[in-house]
Design a protein around this ligand. Structure first.
Ligand code: 7TS
Length: 412
């Protein structure tokens, strides 16, 4: 049985998410695609409206009242994010377009300054394409080599193989905190410590962690940590790169343009201080401002209580789905965020997704932007149900009931 922790009222939480209260294809929406993007509470949507209706202005440049108000609100998110991930300095928080933008920033800027031919970049077999391709591009530019930590049958990283890989000269290790396809929570503290002992830097892709797991970049001692706002109840189009100040100060700018400069002449340009050195051009002001509301939403509901509830929901769903005939779970690591992936013998994952949609159930099907991981399991794709704080046991029942029907129907 799934019981919400005493101080967590899920019906009250659901009431804050307008999009959840609708019928899809004649059925109440059951939204289980939270690993792709979470829904947004009203306070996030209201913050967007307040900005556009009340104080839309470009930031940092103006001395007029609206510009000052927008700048204050934008910088307030930076400070809230600093607290959220326990960064030492607010200038260690760089606003980007999200995890993809953050990883590309590091691959270009850190890569240009600190990666040379013959160096090794280590990633893992669990990575999303956005934590693979930027490193491949970097290797093409520099002559560095890409090495991959293998994955076990249950979906865990082989740390002994990682230890061996670290014997080669390694510039950077880039792994996710939690896998978007399997849910595996990686032992990132251990991974970071091992990398540092070998003299390598570490980037953590926190896309699947920020809404579900505690993040303390100082305790972790990671060099970079990447977050997408839209996966933690915030708006799309923004996110952050956390970087240790000592690295960010040494790294060259990524994009050139307004705001990132101190002084420009045709002969020479000097650059602005952190964090502005990495925030060229007019940023995504409205979405950054509204991201603060998403952080406050998580803080106010107690992340640990949320994680406990989601974990119970995952266990309940896992038992129900695994009991159906022909179902094979993909990703059975003992430590998981609330992601349930599976295949069904003889039924294409795409058909399952489409049939569920006719009942208002939103799941994701396919390779989930992790094609090498699918290759590892010799799969073309899976069905993935991913849970957030507003999901309920009744919704898990709807998922299992619908899957049971589909299996019966397709096997006749
Ligand atoms: N890394 C991980 C682990 C992810 O899950 C995703 C998005 C990204 C990086 C990229 O994030 P973005 O915000 O820059 O796009 N994952 C998914 C998913 O699983 N289904 O849709 C998007």
């Amino acid at each position: 049985m799934v019981a919400a922790p005493a101080h967590l009222d899920v019906s009250k939480i659901r009431a804050q998410f307008p999009v959840l209260h609708q019928q899809v294809n004649g059925h109440p929406l059951v939204y289980l695609d939270n690993a792709a993007t979470t829904q947004k509470p009203k306070r996030v949507i209201d913050a967007l409206n307040r900005y556009y209706e009340g104080y839309n202005a470009n930031i940092h440049r103006g001395i007029h009242t609206l510009a000052e108000k927008a700048t204050r609100a934008y910088e307030a998110t930076r400070e809230e994010m600093q607290r959220f991930i326990h960064a030492r300095y607010s200038e260690e928080i760089i606003f980007t377009s999200g995890v993809t933008g953050s990883i590309n920033l590091v691959a270009y800027s850190f890569g240009q300054a600190f990666v040379q031919a013959g160096d090794q970049i280590i990633i893992s077999g669990l990575e999303h394409h956005s934590n693979i391709v930027p490193w491949q591009l970097l290797c093409e530019r520099t002559g560095a080599r890409l090495a991959v930590i293998p994955v076990t049958d249950s979906g865990e990283l082989e740390l002994e193989a990682y230890r061996q890989l670290l014997q080669n000269k390694t510039a950077l290790v880039a792994v996710n905190h939690a896998s978007n396809s399997l849910g595996t929570i990686n032992p990132i503290k251990e991974i970071i410590d091992m990398a540092h002992q070998a003299g390598a830097c570490v980037l953590i892709d926190g896309a699947q962690a920020s809404a579900h797991l505690p993040i303390d970049v100082r305790a972790l001692d990671c060099d970079f940590y990447c977050i997408s706002s839209h996966k933690m109840y915030g708006p799309t189009g923004t996110g952050i790169l956390y970087g240790k100040k000592e690295w960010l100060e040494k790294m060259p700018p990524f994009l050139g343009g307004g705001e990132m400069i101190r002084e420009v002449t045709f002969n020479q340009t000097t650059y602005n201080d952190l964090p502005y050195k990495f925030e060229a051009g007019t940023p995504n002001i409205a979405d950054v401002i509204a991201l603060r509301e998403a952080i406050l939403f998580i803080q106010e509901h107690d992340k640990a209580a949320m994680a406990t509830y989601e974990h119970d929901l995952l266990q309940y769903a896992t038992a129900k789905v695994a009991a159906l005939p022909g179902v094979r779970l993909v990703g059975t690591a003992p430590e998981k965020v609330s992601i349930l992936a599976f295949v069904v013998d003889g039924i294409h994952h795409f058909d399952i997704g489409q049939m569920m949609d006719t009942r208002g159930i939103a799941v994701r099907t396919g390779h989930h932007c992790t094609q090498p991981l699918m290759d590892r399991y010799q799969l073309e794709g899976t069905v993935r149900a991913s849970f957030a704080i507003y999901n309920t046991r009744e919704e898990v029942d709807a998922l299992a009931e619908s899957l049971g029907r589909i299996i019966n129907f397709m096997r006749k």
